[in-house]
Design a protein around this ligand. Sequence first.
Ligand SMILES: Nc1nc2c(c(=O)[nH]1)N[C@H]1C(S)=C(S)[C@@H](COP(=O)(O)O)O[C@H]1N2
Ligand SMILES: [Mo]
Length: 404
Amino acid sequence: MVAGGGLLHRRTLLAAGAASAGALLGGAAEVGTRSPAWMLTPGAPLSRGGSGDGITRLVPDLPFAGSGSSRTPIDLLAGTITPSALHFERHHNGVPAIDADRHALLIHGLVRRPLLFRYDDLLRYPRHTRTLFIECSGNSGSIAAPEPEQASAGQINGLLSCSEWSGVLLSTLLDEAGVDPAARWMQAEGADAAAMTRSIPLSLRDDAMIALLQNGAPLRPEQGYPMRLLLPGVEGNASVKWLRRLRLLAAPAFSRDETSKYTDLHADGTADAFSLRMGAKSIILRPSFGHDLRARGAIEISGLAWSGRGRVRSVAVSADGGRSWADAALDRPVLPQALTAWRIPWRWSGAPTTLMSRAIDETGAVQPTRAAWRARYAPGQRYHANAVQSWAVDSRGRITHVYA
Ligand SMILES: Nc1nc2c(c(=O)[nH]1)N[C@H]1C(S)=C(S)[C@@H](COP(=O)(O)O)O[C@H]1N2
Ligand SMILES: [Mo]
């Protein structure tokens, strides 16, 4: 007791939760290496959803149900938090129908004592909350194509969303399990029919979290309910949804999902593996494709910027095809590994021109030109496409996507 009326020390329920977590080991059927029923059939397909005001996720016509992605229509939204109903979705084999009461997270491998955590256990742990973007490493991949895709900024860049995520710091759970000093990596596995499996260096453990809540409500099933790994600033693929297992390892597992995919091929045949950190990036959302200018005169250019390495330091904008640049105003607060909104006034003379934006993050990393980005990689490489994008404005105010 810490005060009258029955108030208990704030760690009391935590201790009780840990005890029950440990006791479950060996008793539950749906954990460990056995696959629960919802991993054995493809999950539910993509849906359009929507926020009730006519704005929906952008869903492609797919030849099959399980694998695919929908995009957030970022050019139709304002601010930096993505309404949960408009969060992009990327499923490698659909959305599993998980019974949260029968789901558990197993932490095992190079640990002193393996532990099992239920959703209800995790709700009792110290709560950690952060505003963070998730960006698929395939986002904006069409800029690798020889011709610029004529599509909205959301269609090109909408494998990107930002939410307030709440849950438990991974380090709290790892400390309880007792990580063996020989452990350097952890293998995360999801409880979907794709059994998404990624190796994650333990150097990322400090700000990693097990997310339970998204914008003040339980995670949507599509975002990983009942729990997902969330790695700030890291390619979306590694934030394993429907997380069921973390196995501590001395070396990476080189799973299918990080060898056949999610490695970045160079022209000389070598590839970057575990290139997890997302680069500095910005995009102009207004004006952009589909938002043609109606009249010359004073207009606001606005957009988003972000970096996996920390805060955005500045966003430079060019209204003359890259000859001159000026800094945009950043909306406060500027949070690390979160979307930052920015704006700059512009007077359009009515002459054709090209608009561009370029982000610099707090580590000094500069968003590359498309030419510089392409020079780093082999031709079909589409991951980590953070190059500067350009919108051409013609004399009638019509906007097209161009390579400048
Ligand atoms: N278990 C599991 N986790 C997963 C995936 C998946 O298919 N299965 N897709 C990954 C990919 S490629 C991305 S980009 C993000 C997308 O997160 P979201 O669907 O919540 O937007 O989840 C990642 N985590
Ligand atoms: Mo992804």
